[in-house]
Design a protein around this ligand. Structure first.
Ligand code: CA
Length: 228
């Protein structure tokens, strides 16, 4: 049974999304404001969280940030308002895995939900090398956990996926478009710049000297190469 938490304050959206998700076989819990949402996230475990940004009491960003700070790694899709470019960037930086802009079609949302769940529930035995060392980080891909000298380092779901993809293709050039297609998958609004920004952040977590990377190298005009 796949459990989804929907944090949304508009009753019509709540009902519409709940119905459609349930028709697709998901079990849906609802929280109507940010505080209620965060409490539910801390209390129960879900497979996925759909999180509206504009919420009473606590914004979706705050909920996302607090959940990640509490070590909760459940994939989060933010529901943002149209054209709020800053929201998207901020949301991803705060640890959300994806966002969808209102108004969206139910079909599109369901496709995103499916894609995120597929990735987060991918059978860990698919990859025999679940536990690896990337630069300063020890990573366990099966648990989606990273640590440095025994201390936990927080990586977003997406950051893990980028690392995992680069690792699977280690010592080969991976283009930005390959990363976009294989990690983000479907999102036309995500640009190659998003990829570059992600890499900059990842280097800060993996490289001894992020300004002189030795692990995730830039291949000018093409993309990146993980050297391990
Ligand atoms: Ca709202």
């Amino acid at each position: 049974m796949v459990k989804i938490l929907l944090v949304e304050d508009e009753p019509a959206m709540q009902l519409g999304l709940k119905d459609n998700l349930e028709l697709d076989g998901y079990t849906v819990s609802i929280a109507s404001d940010g505080e209620e949402g965060l409490a539910a996230i801390k209390k129960e475990s879900f497979h996925l969280i759909l999180l509206d940004v504009m919420l009473p009491k606590l914004s979706g960003f705050d909920v996302c940030k607090s959940a990640r700070a509490a070590g909760i790694r459940t994939p989060i899709i933010l529901l943002t308002a149209r054209g709020e470019e800053i929201d998207k960037v901020l949301g991803l930086e705060l640890g959300a895995d994806d966002y969808i802009t209102k108004p969206f079609s139910v079909r599109e949302l369901l496709a995103r939900v499916k894609a995120i769940l597929r990735r987060s529930q991918a059978n860990p035995t698919d990859n025999p090398q679940d536990k690896i060392q990337i630069g300063r980080l020890s990573i366990d891909f099966s648990l989606f956990q990273a640590s440095e000298n025994g201390e936990e380092i927080k990586l977003s779901h997406k950051e893990m996926e980028v690392l995992q993809y680069l690792f699977k293709n280690k010592n080969q050039i991976v283009s930005r478009y390959q990363l976009l297609e294989n990690v983000w998958g479907y999102e036309e609004q995500i640009t190659t710049r998003t990829v570059d920004n992600f890499i900059v952040r990842l280097r800060q977590k993996t490289e001894v000297n992020p300004n002189q990377p030795k692990i995730i190298l830039t291949v000018h005009g093409t993309g990146y190469k993980m050297v391990i």
